[in-house]
Design a protein. Sequence first.
Length: 128
Amino acid sequence: MSDYKIANLKEIDDSAVEFGLSPNLEARFGRKALEAERSGISYQRMAPNFRGPFGHRHEAQEETYVVVSGSGRMKLADGVHELGQWDAIRVAPATARGFEAGPDGMELLVFGAGESGDAEVLQDWWGE
């Protein structure tokens, strides 16, 4: 592995297409493209008023989310929290989470520990 790697997040394949979530969700995961061993990053864009169809939690990976544009809501174990531009949220691995974009949509950068395959998907997370 080289000492560094440069990759444009918007040029990485959109995983949301593969899972039938496009065009309401765009999800580009940079860990492999950056050849990262102990970290991970993703770019996620949600269409206006789109609510993610599931929540998730991790076995070992802590994540930090940064709202880079737009606004929305994040459901965590203790309730629903309003989010705006430049809000940063750190979430412990076992804490379940899910997102809903506001009227202007929402773009997120997500930073993680690079753990691959330790996510548990939670269907019907919003329970409404």
